[in-house]
Design a protein around this ligand. Structure first.
Ligand SMILES: *[C@@H]1O[C@H](CO)[C@@H](O)[C@H](O)[C@H]1NC(C)=O
Ligand SMILES: *[C@@H]1O[C@H](CO)[C@@H](O)[C@H](O)[C@H]1NC(C)=O
Ligand SMILES: *[C@@H]1O[C@H](CO)[C@@H](O)[C@H](O)[C@H]1NC(C)=O
Ligand SMILES: *[C@@H]1O[C@H](CO)[C@@H](O)[C@H](O)[C@H]1NC(C)=O
Ligand SMILES: *[C@@H]1O[C@H](CO)[C@@H](O)[C@H](O)[C@H]1NC(C)=O
Ligand SMILES: *[C@@H]1O[C@H](CO)[C@@H](O)[C@H](O)[C@H]1NC(C)=O
Ligand SMILES: *[C@@H]1O[C@H](CO)[C@@H](O)[C@H](O)[C@H]1NC(C)=O
Ligand SMILES: *[C@@H]1O[C@H](CO)[C@@H](O)[C@H](O)[C@H]1NC(C)=O
Ligand SMILES: *[C@@H]1O[C@H](CO)[C@@H](O)[C@H](O)[C@H]1NC(C)=O
Ligand SMILES: *[C@@H]1O[C@H](CO)[C@@H](O)[C@H](O)[C@H]1NC(C)=O
Ligand SMILES: *[C@@H]1O[C@H](CO)[C@@H](O)[C@H](O)[C@H]1NC(C)=O
Ligand SMILES: *[C@@H]1O[C@H](CO)[C@@H](O)[C@H](O)[C@H]1NC(C)=O
Length: 803
């Protein structure tokens, strides 16, 4: 079965591919599971074979209705798999419902197995369904009973919607194979070709372009799929905002009653949201119900009335006020009218006062007047009262008890006062009054100046006189008067025998006592009396002096300096100072000694020899002599030096090296060493120097070997010894001295001679050479001469060596 199906599929595919060029009949239904489905008009009864053949003839394949023995006939498995409900998948694609309820499926048949209802195909006949889902005349209708329906055919499909060539706001429709060009359809509210690479899908229209909104509204286009726009009235306006609706009208802020009941409300036109409130005539305030509102204007606040009038505001809408003069005043009461003036009760007709009274009107609000009796009169001053009567000044007792009073008539207010006999004064109670006449008064005083006068009271006219304390007498000016009492008189003298008494003048009753010179004390007989003054108690003497008081009447004391001190001994004089034993005349010390006085009470001094001197330092002792530093034990010099003491105050000595020695000469210095005479280079360069020991101060000079002379630099020095001077060479030889230290010379035979040129025994000397073929005798001669020379030379050199 499987292999057969595969072969069929291969064949079909090949045939379909081959037939693609042929024109295919049929109407495309849908694409499902990779196949495109079509309906093809058939003719004759709708058997499975007829459906199969119709599809074949149109170049399609006949799809199987599903899997299962009833559905697997002469057909191709294309993926339909609902054998219980054939073509259900196709119907769902087209109508989202059952095939019998889908108009597009009407009269379409699908191949079934040959065993199904005698070879019938299965189809949809909606005409007999009446809306039901199943039934032999509805679905699945038995094809043998129906003619000229449609065959359900299929071919391999291509899903041209994958990948999707359409805009996100477009719907893609896969076309039947072989077309691969999908259809793109913009969703509702959008316009365009729907293609990603085309014009795409854009919002069809801006709904605001058709001006759906009122002039005072803002238009907002609603995005697709909506086709309309929103209208919103601007601030201050109300309504639906639509042109053909309620539009937008100004909001009447007055409708919310923002104003006070006594205010007029005026709405401010949009976009303003508020209203103006204006208080009605006669009212004041901001006019707002939630503000100060509107209150009656108080016309009195502008002070239209006189200060003495009462102001009463007339209620709104009246703008003025009434003015009424207060009690006691008269006038219209207005500030700019006659105002209010005081009513005068004293005017002639209404004067309530007595003829001898003065009338004074009481200022408003008082309505009456005061009546005051004129000076000198008394009473209430009123005509119908007590009137005004003369005042009796005596009734007020202005006079002293010892005076007589006489009233003076009105308008006089006063009375006369006269003092009785024995009295004097102005007689007035509040004045000097009347006093007893004082006989002690200055002019008539009968008493002494130091007496007290006592007047005898009135009506007596005399006085008593008494001497004051400290005085004695009858006290009268024309009597014994008053004299001072003397306390120092013998019997009452209060003073000590050594005191002087001085009476104190009256009124004092006592006397002063003063101790005589040299005494001290209160001077009184019954007090401390008078005793000798100790002048030492005031410390008049120096601390190093002894004080001795001199007896009275002397006031001073004697001061004597203690042993070892000198001076007047007084604290405020030269005092007492240590006696200096070192002073010139008494100095006990040697001229080269220092004197140090020993402090009091010591009377002597210490003597100390000055630096460089030795001795007890005393003038009458060993005195002070120069210290000799060169003495044995302290000699600072070297054994080969001479010591010379330096005189005092120097403590040292000079050291001088003896002849032939050199150095600082000190035992603890460089001392004295032999002086090397060679150091001054007295010898010639070619001489050897040898110093001579002290006391010699010179050196010996000896010329080196090969040289001769006295060897001294400033003498003959040292010169080379000329070996030629001893004639070591043959007469016919030339001598050349060899320079020192060599002691010999070279001998060279002159031309025409032969030999060694030496003349000693071993030398050959110089022999004459034969011109040609010289004889051996000649040669012998020369040889002999040479030998002789050599002998001489050797002798000479031996002698030189032993010299
Ligand atoms: C149905 O079609 C097949 C080829 O797919 C063919 O072989 C067969 O004969 C047809 N059957 C009928 C009854 O025509
Ligand atoms: C759009 O065009 C471009 C360039 O031709 C191509 O690469 C791309 O696949 C196209 N997109 C679609 C969805 O067709
Ligand atoms: C696909 O179809 C669209 C609209 O029908 C057309 O404009 C377009 O040219 C087609 N593309 C191809 C390749 O046929
Ligand atoms: C005006 O009102 C009518 C009826 O209410 C409505 O059909 C129409 O669309 C409206 N016109 C506009 C521009 O809104
Ligand atoms: C239009 O009004 C509706 C209803 O109030 C609201 O839901 C919508 O968001 C509004 N549209 C715009 C674009 O404001
Ligand atoms: C309200 O008061 C303001 C300020 O005085 C004035 O400018 C405005 O014109 C008034 N509005 C009306 C409607 O009178
Ligand atoms: C008075 O009323 C106005 C308008 O309603 C409001 O803005 C304001 O705040 C109110 N003031 C008070 C003091 O209530
Ligand atoms: C003010 O005076 C007039 C005239 O006499 C009177 O009618 C009115 O009542 C007075 N107003 C008041 C508030 O007394
Ligand atoms: C009138 O007499 C009364 C009572 O003695 C006094 O208070 C007042 O000041 C007097 N009036 C005048 C205007 O003198
Ligand atoms: C006189 O006195 C009486 C009572 O005291 C009084 O009622 C009357 O008004 C007074 N007359 C005058 C003019 O003052
Ligand atoms: C009071 O004294 C004066 C001056 O001495 C005198 O003029 C007057 O007459 C005297 N008055 C009486 C009532 O005696
Ligand atoms: C004056 O002296 C007499 C006689 O001693 C005495 O009686 C009288 O009281 C004295 N008068 C006074 C005021 O002391």
């Amino acid at each position: 079965m499987g292999s057969r199906m595969t072969m069929i599929w291969v064949f079909l595919s090949l045939s379909l591919m081959a037939d693609t060029g042929a024109e295919q009949a049929g109407l495309f239904l849908t694409t499902y599971s990779g196949y495109d489905y079509f309906k093809v008009q058939a003719s004759g009864p709708m058997t499975s074979a007829n459906v199969n053949a119709t599809c074949e003839a149109a170049g399609y394949a006949a799809p199987c209705a599903g899997l299962g023995s009833l559905c697997e006939g002469d057909c191709v498995q294309t993926g339909l798999d609902n054998c219980g409900w054939p073509m259900d998948e196709i119907a769902k694609q087209l109508c989202s419902g059952r095939a019998s309820q889908c108009p597009q499926m009407d009269r379409i048949y699908v191949v079934m197995a040959t065993t199904f209802r005698s070879g019938s195909a299965c189809g949809v006949e909606r005409a007999g369904c009446s809306g039901s889902v199943t039934g032999p005349n509805c679905y699945c209708a038995t094809g043998n009973n129906y003619n000229n329906g449609y065959a359900l055919c299929a071919q391999v499909g291509v899903n041209s919607c994958l990948p999707n060539p359409c805009h996100i706001q477009a719907t893609c429709t896969d076309p039947p194979y072989p077309s691969t060009n999908a259809t793109c359809t913009c969703n509702a509210g959008y316009t365009g070709d729907g293609r990603v690479n085309g014009t795409g899908c854009s919002d069809i229209v801006n709904a605001c372009l058709s001006n759906p909104c009122h002039a005072q509204a803002t238009c907002t286009d609603n995005p697709p799929p909506a086709l309309d726009a929103n209208c919103t009235c601007n601030a201050g306006y109300t309504g639906d905002g639509r042109t053909n609706g309620t539009g937008c009208s100004d909001i009447n802020a007055c409708s919310s009653n923002p104003c006070h009941t006594q205010a007029t409300c005026t709405d401010n036109p949009a976009p303003a949201l508020d209203a103006n409130c204006t208080c009605n005539v006669g009212y004041t305030g901001d006019g707002r119900s939630n503000g100060t509102g509107c209150s009656d204007i108080n016309a009195c606040s502008s002070n239209p009335c006189h200060a003495q009038a009462t102001c009463t505001d007339n209620p709104a809408p009246a703008l003025d006020a009434n003015c009424t003069c207060n009690v006691g005043y008269t006038g219209d009461g207005r500030a700019i009218g006659t105002g209010c003036s005081d009513i005068n009760t004293c005017s002639k007709s209404s004067n309530p006062c007595h003829a001898q009274a003065t009338c004074t009107d009481n200022p408003a609000p008082a309505l009456d007047a005061n009546c005051t009796c004129n000076v000198g009169y008394t009473g209430d001053g009123r005509t119908n009262g007590t009137g005004c009567l003369d005042i009796n000044a005596c009734s007020a007792n202005p006079c002293h008890a010892q005076a007589t009073c006489t009233d003076n008539p009105a308008p006089a207010l006063d009375a006369n006062c006269t003092c009785n006999v024995g009295y004097t004064g102005d007689g007035r109670a509040n004045g000097a009054g009347c006093s007893d006449f004082n006989t002690c008064s200055k002019s008539s005083n009968p008493c002494h100046a130091q007496a007290t006068c006592t007047d005898n009271p009135a009506p007596a006219l005399d006085a008593n006189c008494t001497c004051n304390v400290g005085y004695t007498g009858d006290g009268r000016a024309n009597g014994t008067g008053c004299s001072d009492i003397n306390t120092c008189s013998k019997s009452s003298n209060p003073c000590h025998a050594q005191a002087t008494c001085t009476d104190n003048p009256a009124p004092a009753l006592d006397a002063n006592c003063t101790c005589n010179v040299g005494y001290t004390g209160d001077g009184r007989a019954n007090g401390t009396g008078c005793s000798d003054i100790n002048a030492c108690s005031s410390n008049p003497c120096h601390t190093q002096a002894t004080c001795t008081d001199n007896p009275a009447p002397a006031l001073d004391a004697n001061c004597t300096c203690n042993v070892g001190y000198t001076g007047d001994g007084r604290a405020n004089g030269t005092g007492c100072s240590d006696i200096n034993t070192c002073l010139n005349s008494s100095n006990p010390c040697h001229a080269q000694a220092t004197c140090t006085d020993n402090p009091a009470p010591a009377l002597d001094a210490n003597c100390t020899c000055n630096v460089g001197y030795i001795g007890d330092g005393r003038a009458n002792g060993t005195g002070c002599s120069d210290i000799n530093t060169c003495l044995n034990s302290s000699n600072p010099c070297h054994a080969q030096a001479t010591c010379t003491d330096n005189p005092a105050p120097a403590l040292d000595a000079n050291c001088t090296c003896n002849v032939g020695y050199t150095g600082d000469g000190r035992a603890n210095g460089t001392g004295c060493l032999d002086e090397n005479a060679c150091l001054s280079n007295p010898c010639h360069t070619n001489a050897n120097c040898t110093d001579n020991p002290p006391p010699a101060i010179d050196a010996n000079c000896t010329c080196n070997a090969g040289y001769t002379g006295d060897g001294r630099a400033n003498g003959t020095g040292c010169s080379d010894v000329n070996a030629c001077s001893s004639n070591p060479c043959h007469a016919n030889a030339t001598c050349t001295d060899n320079p020192a230290p060599a002691l010999d010379a070279s001998c060279t035979c002159n031309a025409g001679f032969a030999g060694d040129g030496v003349v000693n025994a071993n030398g050959t000397g110089c022999l004459l050479q034969p011109v040609s073929g010289a004889g051996s005798s000649d040669i012998a001669f020369f040889l002999t001469l040479a030998c002789t020379l050599m002998a001489i030379l050797s002798t000479v050199s031996e002698q030189a060596m032993f010299e």
